[in-house]
Design a protein around this ligand. Structure first.
Ligand code: 5GP
Ligand code: ZN
Length: 112
């Protein structure tokens, strides 16, 4: 756990949130400020700051991708978008890597 990391605090149970999926390696919970009717964040329990660092840890990377699939299965999602914002210029505000899973409305392409 990294001090002052919001998502490490969620993993530790210090901050609540509606959990959608949980296993040894990952947690998925509803976003506090949803951008779509379904907006779930999938995070590794291990602190890694962004997708670049996640890519150096194939076991954890696989667990996060599998977690996205588990959320889709749990919620019965047929169509959804998965986003990793990386760096402040791309809108990353929490530097503990997370996959956004968005669904439940029309998702245009290209994204803004
Ligand atoms: P980012 O901007 O880093 O890609 O995504 C961070 C996400 O975390 C945002 O969508 C934001 O709404 C969400 N978020 C921020 N604080 C909390 C919190 O305390 N609980 C939950 N469940 N989500 C949060
Ligand atoms: Zn963290």
């Amino acid at each position: 756990m990294v001090a002052d990391c919001l998502f490490c605090k969620i993993v530790a149970g210090e901050i609540g949130g509606k959990v959608i999926y949980d296993n040894d390696a990952v947690m998925a919970f509803e976003d506090l400020n949803p951008k779509a009717p379904t907006h779930v964040l999938v995070i590794p329990k291990k602190h890694l700051p962004d997708i670049g660092e996640l890519g150096t840890d194939p076991q954890t990377a696989t667990a996060v991708v599998a977690g996205v699939g588990a959320v889709a299965a749990e919620l019965g999602l047929q169509s959804y978008r998965t986003v990793f914002n990386t760096g402040p210029g791309a809108g990353q505000t929490v530097f503990h890597v997370h996959a956004h899973v968005l669904a439940g409305r029309s998702l245009t392409w290209p994204p803004g």
